[in-house]
Design a protein around this ligand. Structure first.
Ligand SMILES: Nc1ncnc2c1ncn2[C@@H]1O[C@H](COP(=O)(O)OP(=O)(O)OP(=O)(O)O)[C@@H](O)[C@H]1O
Ligand SMILES: [Mg+2]
Length: 384
């Protein structure tokens, strides 16, 4: 991979202090500790750290953006306090996370794998998918996840896709929550505390900011993955489509892949996301009415702009263990409208809600998520 092809990877190395000169990055604020990045002119709350507080570990950190002398953007009137993603009083409500599939199935598969000749074929397919997912990009790819109904699996699919990109790729990956009404993406991603939101960052982001500046407003999830939440979990947060556009245009150059968890169609932000992103994932419950309404929406999307449907992946999510529909037939019907179609199987671990632990996902879920991620990424590379 040439340097020119892997610009985000280079930026990321610099961010971790592994730049060509081998110098450490500027000290910055640790992630997940709810500390505000220093914004010149921003009012500091009593809990704000000093602008250049040192990191607490050697990992990539949230930064204290060292902004230029003046930023002319409309800033939020306040520096928000950080809030826990899940109310601490609810901590006792969750059980021990379950494996995505029962033990008997895992055991039977282990035996099958030792005698099956299709293992080699499977390995070859996985290598092909990994190669697709690792392809370098010259400009950031933005992938919007939406649906036409609530509870169709958007946040779950967005979390699975972004985690897959972060696993396979070297460059920075961003999750954007563009569904501020009590969205569950931060919980799915295991974020502990939330501070700056998509709406806040719309008023802050400036062209001259570095990745280091930007990450100071984000929740760091792992070395190369960040989250921009839609709200701090309160009711009534808003995001207008202009703020959404501003954030997405501004952040595109910093991140190799951005996955957006949108609200349901036909809300305005979701419509803008559909046409402005490089690929779209439409989730639908694997039920008769879910499939019928998604089919209708695909017809509507055909009329939007011709390229939208060719950049769309439909994901049928199996929300119950014993689905009563003929999924093969459903896939065929939806494919006839133009998009690529996949099934995300029922998974006990996903059904339980809460933070997704990829090691607990059923094998079929992991395989499906990886295929969907590769397909969406491949389609996103066809658009500018
Ligand atoms: N593959 C799956 N297997 C089992 N349960 C699933 C699966 N995918 C999603 N779910 C469950 O379905 C429910 C809805 O999922 P999710 O919150 O991702 O949908 P959403 O479209 O983001 O909802 P909203 O419109 O409220 O934002 C959740 O309880 C989730 O745990
Ligand atoms: Mg959601």
């Amino acid at each position: 991979m040439s340097n020119a092809d892997n610009w985000q990877g280079d930026v990321l190395r610099d961010l971790r202090g592994g730049g060509p000169a081998g110098q450490a990055a500027t000290p910055h604020v640790p992630p997940g500790q709810g500390q505000a990045p220093a914004r010149p002119g921003a009012p500091h709350t009593p809990t704000d750290p000093a602008p250049q507080a040192p990191p607490s570990s050697g990992q990539a950190q949230n930064s204290s953006p060292a902004h230029g002398p003046a930023h002319s953007g409309t800033r939020p009137a306040r520096t928000p306090e950080s809030r826990p993603a899940v109310d601490p009083s609810l901590a006792g409500a969750s059980r021990k996370p379950r494996n995505g599939e029962p033990f008997t199935i895992r055991a039977a598969r282990a035996i099958w794998r030792t005698v099956s000749s299709s293992v080699a074929r499977e390995v070859a397919e996985i290598s092909g998918i990994a190669e697709t997912l690792q392809r370098p990009v010259t400009t950031g790819r933005q992938i919007a996840v939406t649906s036409i109904r609530g509870g169709a699996g958007k946040s779950t699919v967005a979390a699975l896709l972004g985690s897959t990109y972060a696993h396979y790729r070297q460059d920075p990956v961003l999750f954007v929550e563009a569904d501020p009404a009590l969205g569950s993406l931060p919980i799915r991603l295991g974020a502990e505390s939330l501070r700056w939101t998509t709406g806040d960052v719309a008023g802050i982001v400036q062209p001259q900011m570095s990745l280091l500046d930007i990450t100071g407003y984000l929740v760091q999830l792992r070395n190369n993955a960040w989250l921009l939440p839609g709200s701090q979990g309160q009711i009534g947060a808003m995001l207008d489509f202009r703020s959404y556009e501003r954030v997405m245009v501004a952040l595109r150059r910093y991140f190799g892949v951005t996955v957006v968890d949108c609200e349901t169609l036909p809300a305005e932000v979701a419509r803008v996301a559909l046409t402005a992103s490089q690929a779209c994932v439409l989730t639908t419950p694997a039920t008769l009415d879910g499939i019928a309404s998604t089919h209708a929406v695909l017809q509507w999307m055909r009329g939007l702009t011709p390229h939208v449907i060719s950049g769309t992946v439909v994901v049928l999510t199996d929300l119950s263990p014993h689905s009563g529909i003929n999924t093969d037939e459903a896939v065929r019907t939806l494919r006839s409208a133009g998009p690529s179609v996949h099934i995300l199987p029922y998974d006990r671990h996903l059904a339980d809600g809460g933070a997704i632990r990829t090691d607990l996902l059923a094998r079929s879920t992991r395989t499906a998520a990886t295929r969907i991620a590769a397909d969406a990424f491949r389609l996103s590379q066809k658009r500018h």
